[in-house]
Design a protein around this ligand. Sequence first.
Ligand code: UD1
Ligand code: CA
Length: 478
Amino acid sequence: MGCVMNVVILAAGQGKRMHSALPKVLHPVAGQAMLARVVSTARRLCAALASGIPDASAHPDAAGSHSAARIIIVHGHGGEQVRAALDAPDLHWVEQNPQQGTGHAVCQALPLLDAAQPTLVLYGDVPLTRVATLQRLVEEATGTLGVLTVSLPEPRGYGRIVREAGRVLRIVEERDASEAEREITEVNTGILVAPTPALARWLAALRNDNAQGEYYLTDIIAMAVADGFTVATAQPSDTWEAAGVNSRAQLAQLERIAQRDIADALLEQGTTLSDPARIDVRGELVCGRDVSIDVNCVFEGVVRLADDVVVGAHCVLRNVEVGAGTRIEPFSHLDDAVVGEACRIGPYARLRPGTVLDREVHVGNFVEVKASRVGAGSKANHLAYVGDASVGARVNIGAGTITCNYDGVNKHRTEIEDDAFIGSDTQLVAPVRVGRGATIGAGTTVTRDAPPDQLTVSRARQITIPGWKRPVKTPKKG
Ligand code: UD1
Ligand code: CA
């Protein structure tokens, strides 16, 4: 598929007001760097335009050479960190140094543009614009210049859209605006699209004789009008689609908006959320039918919950797959784990990376499982550590059981075969194997393989000392 659109993403601003070592555009919103979101939006827009279907491919983020977008990111000094974080074959990078305004920034991208296709300008710090909104703008602006505008009751700080008899004449920056112009509430979001050869011509004619001594991209609007173009405009369905981030406070606001949007989408497709204001999805959460999520859960990376999964309050799930009908009780932490169907996890359970649970497994309170497979129907209901272990089916792991997998230098594996019963307070010193159907007596330190179907116990024999008396307190002298 050929390129359908040039997209120039402005990201040269320093973001001083973030007071951060991290470049502003790498700060995440809903788990994804702002600039990565904008890149994703650009790719989805271009895929939609190329296919003629609105937002056809939900995730063309793996886009390579076949991307329908030619994306140019204009970065500032120190852009290497940004590039390292986001680089992909369909992204082109240009540095703008020094930064002399938005018009000057777009100029840096000119040599990389495909003149046969229009050019869309987006902002690396405006992360929540919808694909459908941009598609409307692009369609409105076929063959001409189009500007995404928004009406704000409090338009302070924004460039104002100056119209006459309804037609856009120009954009005036607040600092250059007259009293009357400042009253205008329709403002420039900064996002615009233009025919590329005309854009190049207008940019070449920009001057910086304005209040800020900068080359304003917005000055091309009046030039287009002078050239006989009718400037098209479109508005986002929600004002926040045009909101930019300059501070941590604004970042926090957009995070709430993004989270509410995700929660609404989950409700819409049939997920129960005890409180849509108290869920955080920092990545992708895919839910089957009749999934129910209690308050204050955090989902990171890619989390898939199959039908009828119940997640209790205050759980954190990162890159987890959960089978149908499983209940995750409150305060559980699951990281890089696969949980089968009809399992019971928690409360207060911890599944660490490499945990794979078969169906109907119970992992109870204060049980930690790491890099282990646990077979169907096995249970570790309280206070245990199962690490680097292969646990068969129908195994019972008593309270206080610990796999001693680490000798201080190397990790070793523990194998527990089907139907084994591990008594409470057992230490399994790996490498070690507990045979099928074996029983380990409570308090055993297993250092050699335990044979199948037999009782293995290592324990000092219990004795009772007849006639023994508790010591009595000797009275202090003097
Ligand atoms: C710009 C618009 C204004 C609009 C507002 C929306 C101009 C002249 N003004 O104003 O009409 O209402 O955005 O937020 O375009 N950038 C660069 N290089 C530069 C300057 C800016 O890459 O030399 C990038 C910044 O990183 C930022 C974006 O462009 O992402 C906007 O820059 P900013 O300085 O915030 O523009 P405003 O003055 O707010
Ligand atoms: Ca701004």
